[in-house]
Design a protein. Structure first.
Length: 261
């Protein structure tokens, strides 16, 4: 079992070495560190990066050295990955950076709607339903564009909007079908993401109806605990393993992602 979406202190997670130790304790064969990265040239994005310290575009070589050092001390495979914020308006900049950086694989995420992170509840709290529906339409349009771009091995938490109660419930079968159609034609694989399974949201991404649609369409999945702390890895992994067993799914491993098989 590989966890291909976890974070370290090179974005908003715990020390890299602690995360590797926890992966070994959880019985993982491999862990991929996909720290947050945003290369948008917009002023707002630059302020966001400075405020949160998401500077992997500046520190990835330093992190790569740390990964190489820890690989020599563990039997767990450790992968040098990235979780890249995707916006179709900045696709060329993203492509250039990914080509330059040469990560083991790239995870793509849509985090921004209406100039705000989708987690920002206050930004969406007072919007009328018709505006929220339009924003969710835009979210799924961006997600399909991310898949069509062929820049990413993994599409992260493909219904991230469900984490925000003001955006929750606006995803439709048409949205899910459009994503499934795009994934069938792409090398990009969606993940079963447990990042909010054990807290107030309480579901995997994709949510059950969305995952049903993907499975029915023959779309394969990979695994991401989306852990930021060592003690999150094992309990999230157990829940993912149970869900895979329940559905009879065999996740795509690292070879399938890198080779595009």
């Amino acid at each position: 079992m590989y966890d291909l979406h976890a974070h370290t202190n090179y974005s908003d997670g715990a020390f890299l070495r602690w995360m590797v130790e926890a992966a070994a304790d959880a019985g993982l064969d491999g862990i991929g560190f996909a720290d947050h990265c945003n290369v948008s040239p917009e002023a707002g994005a630059r302020r966001y990066r400075r405020a949160l310290g998401f500077n992997l575009d500046l520190t990835y070589e330093r992190r790569r050295t740390a990964i190489e050092e820890v690989r020599a001390e563990t039997e767990v495979d450790v992968f040098d990955a990235v979780e890249m914020d995707y916006d179709p308006n900045h696709e060329a900049v993203i492509a250039d950076f990914l080509d330059e950086a040469g990560f083991d694989y790239a995870v793509g995420s849509v985090h921004e709607l209406d100039g705000a992170n989708v987690h920002a509840r206050s930004h969406f709290a007072d919007k009328p339903d018709d505006e929220l529906r339009a924003l969710v339409d835009r979210y799924f349009e961006k997600l399909v564009a991310l898949i069509d771009s062929e820049l990413f091995a993994v599409a992260a938490h493909p219904d991230l909007i469900e984490r925000n109660p003001h955006l929750r419930g606006f995803g439709t079968e048409d949205h899910y079908g459009a994503v499934a159609d795009a994934l069938r034609e792409s090398r990009t694989v969606p993940e079963i993401n447990a990042g909010r399974l054990l807290d107030d949201y309480g579901e995997f991404h994709p949510a059950p109806a969305f995952l049903d649609r993907l499975v029915d369409a023959g779309v394969r999945v990979t695994v991401g605990t989306d852990s930021h702390e060592p003690d999150e890895i094992a309990p999230r992994l157990r829940e993912i393993e149970a869900e895979l067993d329940r559905r009879g799914l065999d996740p795509v491993g690292i070879e399938g992602l890198v080779d595009g098989d």
